[in-house]
Design a protein around this ligand. Structure first.
Ligand code: SAM
Length: 337
């Protein structure tokens, strides 16, 4: 695939001249948690199993994308670690020429058991979701218990070199925002990179979003009140976080603020749903079916043609408004954030 670029294939660039080098792949829409901001406790229809891409199909899509300049892959979900033998997929992707960064987003519940195998298969790093350090609160937010297992997963990720280990914390007013200081303190002790994420709207959380949303500006003010805070480069990658560190801290704190300060102009990514649809903006409803050409033998040429055509459809920016959703997305678990 590198050959394609070497042979003159143009890398993927969208209509707004943004190079698209990053593909987020949802491997399942199922999850073993039910976080209140992400998905309903029950009633979400699952994608029928036959519609979910096989590992071979995902690898074929990644190979096509790598041939036209995609370099980074993130596996997400639902919860990716509940899909059987994920390390097999990691190994397949790691063998694709051109892919130089494989990351995983996980809630960490199953990570302690799988970290060594994932690392050996070629996984580079993990982001782990953690909204609270209190077990009772964890159960209230995730609607399932499991804090101790997540903490064990974080230790395993660090122990097996799956770093920089980033923690994603969705901060909600009067739910967990009083833990901001405790999370910040962790970065002074360990090489942990915490990113506070503004709650984003999906159809099922609009009420929660109206009552709980906290601006990243407020978060930064509160972080700065805890000690001198220096801007630092994002540890690994050019993601959307604005990142800072305290004096001599091994870790960093950051904010991701799609609403208060969107980062659309730097957008470098597209997303693949578990059933093989390319999603061009997290908050848009532009979806392109890649599964049909895959399953009808269209081969790499057909997929590459569709990826290129998608670049004309990718919107310049999202049109999110606080407390509203402009998208048909019911839950983040459908696409993986
Ligand atoms: N299960 C994996 C995990 O927990 O990281 C991957 C999928 S999860 C949907 C990806 C990320 O999206 C998590 O960090 C989660 O906290 C975040 N997320 C889900 N719903 C969100 C929302 N409404 N607003 C902001 N972040 C959200």
């Amino acid at each position: 695939m590198i050959d394609l670029i070497e042979q003159g294939a143009q890398p993927l660039v969208d209509a707004f001249r943004r190079p698209i080098t990053y593909l987020r792949v949802s491997v399942t829409d199922r999850c073993n948690l039910r976080c209140v901001y992400c998905m309903p406790e029950a009633g979400l229809p699952w994608i029928p199993k036959p519609e979910i891409l096989t590992y071979e199909e995902i690898a074929e899509l990644v190979r096509a994308a790598a041939g036209i300049g995609v370099r980074s892959i993130r596996l997400t979900g639902g919860e990716p670690l509940i899909r059987r033998d994920l390390q097999r997929l990691v190994g397949m992707i790691a063998a694709i020429p051109g892919i130089d960064d494989i990351a995983l987003s996980t809630n960490g519940l199953l990570l302690a058991d799988q970290a060594a195998g994932l690392r050996a298969a070629g996984l580079g790093r993990v982001n782990i979701s953690l909204d609270t350090l209190d077990e009772g609160r964890f159960t209230a937010i995730a609607r399932r218990p499991g804090l101790a297992r997540v903490l064990a997963g974080i230790d395993a990720a660090i122990g097996h070199g799956l770093g920089p280990v980033k923690l994603n914390c969705v901060l909600m007013r009067d739910t967990n925002d009083d833990e901001l200081e405790a999370f910040a303190a962790l970065t002074r002790e360990r090489a942990i990179h915490i990113r506070f994420i503004e709650v984003m709207p999906v159809q099922d959380n609009v009420d929660l979003q109206r009552t709980s949303w906290i601006s990243s500006d407020e978060v930064l003010e509160r972080l700065a009140a805890l000690g001198a805070l220096h801007p630092v480069p994002n540890p690994h990658g050019n993601g959307p976080a604005r990142t800072f560190a305290y004096d001599d801290a091994p870790g960093t704190v950051g904010v991701i603020s799609p609403l208060a300060h969107d980062y659309c102009e730097r957008c470098n990514r597209v997303r693949l749903s578990a059933d093989g649809r390319l999603k061009l903006c997290l908050f848009g409803d532009h979806l392109i079916d890649l599964r049909t050409p895959l399953r009808t033998g269209g081969g790499q040429a057909a997929i590459i043609a569709l990826l290129r055509a998608a670049m004309h459809v990718k919107p310049e920016r999202h049109h999110l408004t606080l407390g509203e959703t402009s998208s048909a997305m019911r839950a983040f678990s459908e696409i993986g954030g």
